[in-house]
Design a protein around this ligand. Structure first.
Ligand SMILES: *[C@@H]1O[C@H](CO)[C@@H](O)[C@H](O)[C@H]1NC(C)=O
Ligand SMILES: *[C@@H]1O[C@H](CO)[C@@H](O)[C@H](O)[C@H]1NC(C)=O
Ligand SMILES: *[C@@H]1O[C@H](CO)[C@@H](O)[C@H](O)[C@H]1NC(C)=O
Length: 280
């Protein structure tokens, strides 16, 4: 009898608990669990979709790049890159059409390729300034090369050779040049706001009518570089670098217009001093 009562009591209590659990807690827990589950599933699906998209985009970029190399080879093979084909209309039309479809990684790779194959920067600028006068086969003017990162593969060890390349009228906002040799390169009429020249060499480089606002010349050699009619407001450039280069009608980093300041003037006065001392 006592046992029975106990069992009933226990039974009720257990039933009560079960009822409470069943009516409230478990469905809520289940609902939460399901919600978490489907959210996770959704996130997984989205991740996979994003991954697939990235994979196919990468594959497409690689195909475009490979096709480009293939077609440049064909153009070369059939003589379209020969000197007598100047202004190389076919090669340029093809390059421009392809360039519109590349991402910034491919754009940088193609620039390196073009330089290696002597299709751009054909002049001799080993000593800094141009010593020859050859037209570039591929013209870069009016192209959009914003955000490209042109870097030497070996860093300080070997500079990326972009000597004498004409980047005239090219849009290169936020571009980064790391350990590049840009000796004799020209950027006339280019947009280079917030561009960064890191550990690069810019001997004899020309910047005429260039927007260089916020540009950064960290650790770069500006000996004999010419800046004219340009906006350099907010640019990062050291006093020593300012002494290395030549400035005419430039809005300087501090917002002031430059008088003619130049390394040429400095050199002249050095020569004069030397002459005077020899004369004495
Ligand atoms: C480039 O110019 C330098 C200096 O004038 C010269 O020593 C060098 O041989 C030239 N290189 C080529 C490939 O013409
Ligand atoms: C230079 O470019 C910056 C950023 O695009 C722009 O705000 C500024 O007005 C430009 N300066 C000139 C002189 O065009
Ligand atoms: C500054 O240099 C430019 C270009 O060489 C020249 O045309 C101009 O007369 C010079 N201005 C002054 C004030 O020396």
């Amino acid at each position: 009898m006592v046992d029975n009562k106990k069992r009933v009591f226990w039974h009720f209590t257990f039933k009560d608990i079960l009822t409470i659990l069943c009516s409230a807690a478990i469905p809520i827990a289940l609902a939460i669990y399901t919600a978490i589950g489907s959210q996770q599933q959704k996130e997984q699906d989205e991740k996979k979709q994003k991954f697939d998209l990235e994979q196919s985009t990468q594959l497409r970029q690689q195909t475009l790049y490979d096709e480009f190399l293939n077609n440049i080879f064909k153009l070369d093979y059939y003589g379209y890159l020969k000197e007598r084909k100047n202004p190389w209309a076919f090669a340029n039309a093809y390059y421009r059409a392809a360039d519109r479809q590349w991402d910034t990684i491919r754009k940088a790779d193609v620039l390196k390729f073009l330089k290696e194959k002597h299709l751009i920067g054909r002049n001799n600028c080993t000593e800094g300034c141009k010593t020859t006068n050859l037209d570039d086969i591929i013209r870069l003017n009016e192209l959009n090369l914003d955000n490209v990162h042109l870097a030497s593969q070996t860093g300080v060890l070997n500079k990326l050779n972009l000597q004498c390349v004409s980047f005239d009228q090219v849009s290169m906002s936020n571009a980064i040049f790391s350990f590049a040799s840009l000796n004799g390169a020209s950027f006339d009429g280019a947009q280079l706001d917030k561009a960064k020249f890191d550990g690069s060499s810019l001997l004899c480089a020309s910047f005429n009518s260039v927007n260089l606002s916020g540009a950064d010349f960290t650790n770069s050699d500006l000996t004999g570089a010419k800046f004219s009619n340009s906006d350099m407001s907010g640019a990062k450039i050291t006093k020593d670098q300012i002494k290395q280069a030549y400035f005419h009608n430039v809005i300087m980093p501090n917002g002031e217009k430059s008088e003619n300041t130049s390394s040429i003037t400095t050199k002249k006065s050095t020569t004069q001093i030397t002459t005077t001392s020899i004369g004495q």
